[in-house]
Design a protein around this ligand. Structure first.
Ligand SMILES: [Cu+2]
Length: 169
């Protein structure tokens, strides 16, 4: 059983995000503190799949890694990375997403993302979904994500350079 605490929530002007700060005294393992910000899901374009994005900041002194994601709206979720294969961008599952002590890892379109597969219901911009992120050290963190449309995602990407470290404050 993990001892996580949702310590704060923040709403942004463009995209409402959840600021989940999960802290726990890990005993002999040291102090673990993972902050999840900027959680959103792309409105599905076609088919029963889409992607979820967020930023993970490890403020703790212990390396951690994201092992899996689950959400009631998808039959399964995979952590994907994107790579160039000739002129094609392709993606494939990875076993986990390491987030070392002091590191900030940003999931974004064209890079690492969480693929939501076998969607169980239609998702429309403005919808909110819940998801659970499971970390090796920290345990489970509950987040909520807003579904956003294509144009809003474009706006987010344009702001991406200055949003790390400021989007949650
Ligand atoms: Cu993918």
């Amino acid at each position: 059983m993990t001892r996580n605490a949702v310590a704060g929530a923040a709403t942004l002007a463009v995209v409402a995000t959840l600021l989940a700060v999960a802290c726990g005294d890990r005993g002999a393992g040291g102090y673990a503190s993972i902050e999840i910000t900027g959680v959103y899901v792309a409105e599905p374009v076609s088919g029963a799949r889409t992607a979820m994005y967020f930023t993970v900041a490890n403020h703790g002194e212990t390396d951690d890694e994201l092992l899996s994601v689950s959400t009631p709206v998808a039959g399964r979720a995979e952590i994907h990375h994107t790579y160039a294969d000739g002129g094609m961008m392709r993606m494939e599952p990875v076993a986990s997403l390491p987030v070392g002590a002091g590191e900030v890892v940003r999931l974004a379109p064209g890079g690492v993302h969480v693929m939501l597969l076998d969607l169980r219901e239609p998702l429309w911009a403005g919808d909110r979904i819940e998801a659970t992120l499971r970390f090796r050290t920290l345990g489970e963190v509950a987040v909520r994500a807003r579904v956003v449309g294509y144009e809003e995602i474009e706006e987010r990407l344009e702001r991406a350079n200055d949003s790390v470290g400021s989007e949650s404050r």
